[in-house]
Design a protein around this ligand. Structure first.
Ligand code: HGY
Ligand code: MN
Ligand code: MN
Length: 421
């Protein structure tokens, strides 16, 4: 690719754009942008400007995904998908998800009007984190045809369903099937921050992600008897929060003693939630991840049994429900190799690693060959305003992306692939 663009300038623009998009938030202080909230519209409008400026056709599908289609030399023709998610966790950083969309735009800019043997579709997924409805991947599930009635009926804390949220955003749920991928997709590539300490410890800028660990997300509700904190003797209590707390310590202990397992209780709510009232209800979430599906499912089983025995011992009742069960996913070996080559051409060591975080790539992988490129995360900090990137790493990622597009444009193996059934 005869390049006249300046990678360093593109990288600076990528960082500036990520920081600009971080301002589109539901909160006055900090970044929070959940599924089809009003700031998501501002985010779409800003990215649409950048996409249109490079000649991409922009639309928003019925699941709220922003879609920027940059035609190839022939039309209709095959397409390569580049993207990531535009939603965030509460009090988020500026790069988780958004970076992958903005780097996709930068790679279109780096083409400088050139057309490749495949079209490029840059996608900003509407929801990956699972914050508003407790279940993630709403946007990417629409592309693989699994945004089903059950998911559409999930409700947020105000009782608004996914379906209603789509309508309130001005979209038509009946058109969700039109968001699905067609047979013309050659693959999906996602640039994303690592969100952990591994690359920094190894002194590596980039990595080719070869697998994404599986995860379960569940909710456990302990029910006991609310009562007076001052008059109820300790041996006559059915304290739901104390039961949940005992269980939480067990969750941490199991993960500390199980190699490769991470387990997190990120949310706990006690009711009625008053200082002088013994909690009658305690609701807690569980996030469990492991590269091995059998090890992960065994941990789910073990922690469910632990909750049950604590409940029996303390005279509590227990309900649990699964919010997400996502198997571990292997990335497409051909694309991983191509990425490793492109990382090397960008002058970086082609580190390979598994992702402990979930990503839209694991959903897309159900339908198309998918792979990811990780950028080093300074301090390993993510899901926090201190989340950052090194400008040089962004420049190397853009450089890697340019080489990758060039490699794929000349690869008969890639150009003759057909979509998985
Ligand atoms: O939680 C995760 O794995 C990612 O940040 N969505
Ligand atoms: Mn995230
Ligand atoms: Mn992410």
């Amino acid at each position: 690719m005869q390049k006249t663009f300046n990678t360093a300038n593109l990288a600076s623009e990528v960082v500036a754009r990520c920081q600009r998009l971080a301002q589109f938030s539901e909160d006055a202080n900090g970044t929070r942008r959940t599924f089809l909230s009003p700031p998501m519209r501002d985010c779409h409008a800003e990215i649409a400007k950048w996409l249109k400026a490079v000649g991409a056709e922009v639309s928003v599908d019925a699941a709220g995904n922003l879609r920027g289609y940059y035609p190839g030399v022939r039309r209709p023709g095959p397409r390569l998908l580049l993207g990531s998610h535009l939603d965030t966790v509460p009090n988020a950083g500026a790069y988780d998800g958004v970076l992958g969309v903005v780097v996709g735009v930068a790679l279109l800019e780096a083409l400088e009007g050139r057309r490749l043997p495949f079209a490029i579709e840059v996608i900003g997924f509407s929801e990956e984190e699972g914050i508003r409805f407790g279940t993630p991947f709403i946007g990417s599930r629409a592309l693989v045809g699994s945004l089903d009635a059950e998911l559409l009926s999930c409700r947020d804390k105000n009782g608004v369903s996914v379906e209603k949220a789509i309508e309130e955003f001005g979209l038509r749920p009946a058109e969700i099937p039109r968001a699905a991928l067609r047979e013309d997709c050659l693959g999906y590539i996602e640039f994303h921050i690592e969100q952990g300490p591994v690359l920094e410890k190894l002194g590596c800028q980039l990595a080719a992600v070869d697998a994404i660990v599986g995860q379960n997300r569940l909710e456990f509700s302990f029910s006991g008897h609310a009562n007076h904190a001052g008059t109820t003797p300790m041996h006559l209590r059915n304290d739901a929060l104390a039961g949940a707390a005992e269980w939480v310590v067990g969750v941490e202990s199991l993960a500390q003693h199980s190699p490769g397992l991470v387990a997190t209780v990120g949310f706990i709510e006690a009711k009625p939630g008053a200082t002088n009232v013994i909690a009658g209800e305690a609701r807690a979430t569980l996030d469990l991840r492991h590269a091995s599906d059998s090890a992960r499912l065994q941990a789910v089983e073990e922690l469910t049994r632990a909750a049950e025995s604590i409940a029996v011992k303390r005279g509590l009742s227990l309900r649990s429900r699964t919010l997400l069960q996502q198997r571990a996913v292997t990335m497409d070996p051909f694309l991983v190799d191509q990425i490793a080559q492109a990382i090397r051409k960008a002058g970086c060591k082609p580190q390979r690693m598994a992702s402990g975080a979930g990503h839209d790539a694991m959903i897309l992988a159900e339908k198309v060959p998918a792979a990811m490129i990780f950028l080093r995360t300074p301090g390993g900090i993510s899901h926090d305003p201190a989340e950052s990137v090194h400008l040089q790493d962004v420049a190397s990622a853009v450089e890697c992306g340019v080489h990758l597009l060039e490699q794929l444009a000349w690869s008969q193996e890639f150009l003759t692939r057909t979509q998985r059934g």
